[in-house]
Design a protein around this ligand. Structure first.
Ligand SMILES: O=C(CO)[C@@H](O)[C@H](O)CO
Length: 188
């Protein structure tokens, strides 16, 4: 992706965080990705790693309406995906992300188990969270124009613990330098 797209996304995220009272730490650990697909507006995510410890991790994320974090699972990480501001759609699949229906998945939403349909988006309003256990396929995208998304998890290892359905995906972007960087990314 182009550096100008990364700069624009970081500026938009900073702006939206500020407007909603989210204060970033000094020297935020920025991670902006198009998942190596080159269609950032369609499949992409802005992340800030707030805490990265060997036992736990916390992230703050930002995305635009319909901008999708594509179907993936983690082998090690268990995570809560939290809608902080806006509205977020999260889709889960029991076996394969090219199916809809046919299976019910028991998942914790706001701390209580609920039966949800395979491949059907679940809408989370601000303050709501979903608990994603290892090996569970998931994807998400905002339904609101902009969205702040939280993630609280066990240890995070983005290099080795993201398994995407689309095998073309690489977790970090290739960057085309078309303007000076506003921030340095975690992957750089
Ligand atoms: O786990 C998630 C979202 O489910 C993010 O922390 C990853 O970085 C996405 O690849």
């Amino acid at each position: 992706m182009k550096r100008s797209e990364i700069n624009y996304a970081v500026r938009s995220a900073i702006n939206f965080f500020e407007r909603n009272g989210w204060v970033l730490p000094p020297n935020p650990a920025w991670d902006v990705t198009d998942f190596g697909l080159g269609i950032f507006r369609k499949e992409g995510l802005v992340l800030v790693n707030l805490a990265a410890e060997s036992e736990y991790c916390e992230k703050l994320m930002y995305a635009w309406r319909d901008q999708t974090t594509p179907a993936h699972y983690h082998k090690q990480k268990k995570e809560d995906i939290i809608c902080r501001v806006g509205e977020l759609a999260v889709t889960l699949w029991g076996e394969s992300p090219d199916t809809v229906g046919g299976q019910v998945i028991n998942v914790k939403i706001n701390g209580e188990y609920r039966a949800v349909s395979n491949g059907e988006p679940i809408l989370l309003k601000a303050g709501e969270r979903i608990t994603i256990t290892p090996l569970l396929w998931h994807a998400f995208y905002p339904v609101s124009a902009e969205c702040i998304i939280g993630e609280v998890s066990t240890a995070n290892d983005d290099e080795n613990d993201n398994f995407f359905w689309d095998t073309e995906i690489g977790r970090f972007p290739e960057i085309i330098e078309d303007e000076p960087p506003l921030v340095k990314l975690l992957s750089e």
